[in-house]
Design a protein around this ligand. Structure first.
Ligand code: NAD
Ligand code: TDX
Length: 336
């Protein structure tokens, strides 16, 4: 049986990919995850134990990686590298775990796949390209120059550069993908969409940074997973693929929509302190992935996916409620 090692497979997007693999393929999955505050091991509960194994450990642990990557000896075996510190606001408070996990951790993943001659797919973000003007006619493409703004996006950019260097210098068989903003079930309540939904579900208020003019390009995590699988199956080694679903919305549009979907006045939100260095707009041109590899997103309208996500949070309070107070206290301390 084909085997994949999925780092960060207990996180929001990694766990979605593990579900995709169990439901849509016959591969065996080993998840390597440190189970940081951001992890949701609950998302992996109930998956068949003959298909999914969870190893709790750190990607900066070279010995552990060597052992796990050394098991991947079959045709089609691969490492899919999701593990990261992922929240911009946290990177502004303390960048050190971002450098350690995102850069040093990726270095250790690369050294392990180099030693064992194993295929790697590296998961990255559109934030490595910096930001666009609101009226910029060009979106990000695979040729856009890197210009990261935050410690988070700089650490992801550093990781991407290491992957490309290991491909060119050592012949590591790697592909990369840079995806836009994901939404869907199991996203941590520190992030924009879950924060607003769960604030309202608990009788709190929506918190918009600044004017809300900032634009993000939303994609459902299910569509991210199908894109990663497409790249694993048909991607060209050494290539980068941008993943996006033409879902640009301003933050103001998103908060108004969430308020309406939950039966509130769309103007009933608080404007709070802006994020320092806040990127204005991200937008992905995913033509290469669509034309060369034949991938298409399955979620039509963002509004429909968002309504389903709201329902999911309404039904999963047992999971998110224990995380909420600490996160909101930290935001309140920053005037957010
Ligand atoms: P997340 O924070 O929800 O999950 C990250 C997971 O990695 C957690 O389970 C955590 O325990 C694990 N982890 C962290 N440090 C680790 C370490 N040192 N060793 C092992 N495991 C560790 O993040 P996410 O939103 O699911 O993002 C997953 C990946 O996708 C990241 O690489 C991120 O940069 C990328 N990405 C995210 C988005 C988005 O919108 N969330 C968009 C594009 C790309
Ligand atoms: O309470 C909030 N109010 C608000 O207006 C929060 C938490 C955020 N925002 C704004 C900031 C951003 O413009 O909403 C937008 C989205 O914020 P985040 O959810 O923090 O995402 P972002 O910073 O855009 O980064 C996300 O997409 C790219 C992921 O967190 C990254 O991991 C990914 O690489």
């Amino acid at each position: 049986m084909r085997r994949l090692l999925v780092t960060g497979g207990a996180g929001f997007i990694g766990s979605n990919f593990v579900h995709f693999l169990v439901e849509r393929t016959d591969v065996h999955v080993t998840v390597l995850d440190k189970l940081t505050y951001a992890a949701s091991p609950e998302a992996l509960e109930g998956l068949p134990s003959d298909r999914v194994e969870l190893v709790v450990g750190d990607i900066t642990d070279a010995g552990l990686l060597d052992e796990l990557v050394g098991r991947l000896t079959g045709e089609g075996d691969a490492v899919v590298h999701y593990a990261a510190e992922s929240h911009n606001d946290n990177s502004l408070r303390d960048p050190s775990p971002f450098v350690r996990t995102n850069i040093v951790g990726t270095f250790e993943v690369l050294e392990a796949v180099r030693r064992h001659g194993v295929r790697l797919h590296h998961i990255s973000t559109d934030e490595v390209y910096g930001d666009l003007e609101l009226d910029d006619p060009e979106r990000f493409t695979e040729a856009t120059a890197y210009q990261p703004s935050s410690p988070y996006s700089a650490s992801k950019a550093g990781a991407d550069h290491l992957v490309r260097a290991w491909v060119r210098s050592f012949g590591v068989a790697a592909t990369l993908s840079n995806c836009s903003n994901n939404y869907g079930p199991w996203q941590h309540v520190e992030k924009f969409i879950p924060r607003q939904i769960t604030n309202l579900l608990d009788g709190g208020r929506v918190k918009l940074y600044g004017s809300g003019a900032n634009v993000r390009d939303w994609i459902h995590a299910d569509d991210h997973s199908s894109a990663v699988w497409t790249i694993l199956e048909r991607g060209e080694i050494g290539q980068t693929y941008l993943i996006g679903a033409d879902g640009e919305r301003s933050n103001l549009q998103v908060v108004r929509l969430i308020l309406e979907l939950l039966g509130h006045d769309p103007d009933d939100f608080d404007q709070v302190a802006d994020r320092p260095g806040h990127d204005l707009r991200y937008a992905i041109d995913s033509t290469r992935l669509r034309t060369e590899l034949g991938w298409e997103p399955t979620y039509g309208a963002f509004e429909e996916g968002l309504a389903r996500t709201i329902e999911w949070y309404a039904e999963h309070g047992d999971w998110w409620r224990p995380k909420k107070a600490q996160i909101e206290a930290a935001y309140a301390a920053k005037g957010q």
